[in-house]
Design a protein around this ligand. Structure first.
Ligand code: MF3
Ligand code: CO
Ligand code: CO
Length: 296
């Protein structure tokens, strides 16, 4: 018999009898190992630190605090409030709950939260800008609670949104949801970005390339990087214990950006609106769990 006849192809039923396709099963058996082996392999190969139960509970707690912080901010957002006032709310609430705001002094960032209005894509620095009716504002919080980081953001309407604001916020929220739906063992990092990009572009919007999702939990930004664009089947295999953010930045117009002279504020080059939602996601045995869950 020719060797070729014995070859199992990606889409064939797996010879192990699981009923799954080969590509979703034993094709990856070199990386689907027991927990201890995975830990060493992923650290050696990718510098990825898989999280254990204790880590996960710590990140979950930080995540709950992060969500309560966003809730508090949401209840204060109205026309007339300044971005500095949002910073004060976040800073004080975080400290009161025994946590530290990770952004403060991170690589020289001067404030405790990123607040990004309208055409600001991300990393907006709180200051005396006054929010006005019809604005959209992204608030990105990352508390460090007992050494654990959780990273989450949402985009809020200020007063009554116009049609463009409604559209970009809805598309950005759906992008995160579609990205999350790809998270399960056997899928790959590229599948997440692929799902996001396909959807964003189908709506006539664009995906920012310069900022990506990232491993998180023991530090603010850990490997791996997660582009919000890409090709199906590309990149690192997802396995249980990975914790990373998905945080697509979606522009109503073109994807290109400029960074202002403060070296932080990223804005759309064409001045179009940009929106973002972010959650911290754990890969579980059967799929994913959001450690910063909110409805999308
Ligand atoms: N929270 C942002 C992220 O999602 C990072 C902000 S870095 C800072 O990755 F220094 F601006 F805070
Ligand atoms: Co992040
Ligand atoms: Co963030």
């Amino acid at each position: 018999m020719k060797h070729r006849a014995l070859k199992v192809r990606r889409n064939d039923p797996c010879p192990c009898g699981s009923g799954l396709k080969y590509k979703k099963c034993c094709m990856n058996r070199e990386t689907i190992l027991d927990a201890g082996q995975n830990r060493d392999l992923y650290y050696r190969k990718y510098n990825i630190r898989l999280k254990d139960e204790k880590d996960i509970e710590g990140i979950r707690r930080a995540g709950r605090l992060a969500l309560r912080t966003l809730d508090l901010v949401g209840s204060h957002i109205r026309p007339g409030i300044t971005t500095e006032e949002i910073n004060t709310l976040v800073h004080e609430f975080t400290i009161q709950h025994g946590a530290i705001p990770a952004p403060l002094h991170y690589r020289g960032f001067p404030k405790s939260v990123c607040v990004s209005v309208n055409e600001v894509i991300c990393h907006g620095i709180p200051g005396d800008r006054i929010l006005k009716d019809g604005d959209i504002v992204n608030v990105d919080v990352t508390p460090i609670l007992k050494g654990y980081y959780a990273d989450t953001n949402m985009t809020f309407f200020v007063g009554t949104p116009g049609p463009d604001a409604k559209k970009i916020v809805a598309v950005a929220a759906q992008c995160l949801k579609k990205g999350m739906s790809m998270v399960r063992p056997g899928n790959r990092i590229g599948d997440i970005g692929w799902a996001i990009q396909i959807y964003a572009e189908s709506q006539g919007c664009s995906v920012v390339r310069e900022f990506v999702g990232h491993g998180v939990g023991l530090e603010f930004h850990e490997p791996p990087q997660l582009p919000h664009y890409g090709r199906k089947g590309d990149g690192i295999l997802l396995i249980p214990g990975m914790v990373f953010t998905i945080e697509p930045m979606i522009n109503l117009g073109r994807k290109e950006l400029n960074v202002l002279s403060d070296n932080w504020t990223a804005v759309t080059r064409d001045g179009s609106l940009s929106a973002q939602f972010e959650q911290t996601i754990l890969v579980t045995k059967t799929g994913f769990e959001s450690l910063t869950p909110f409805d999308l």
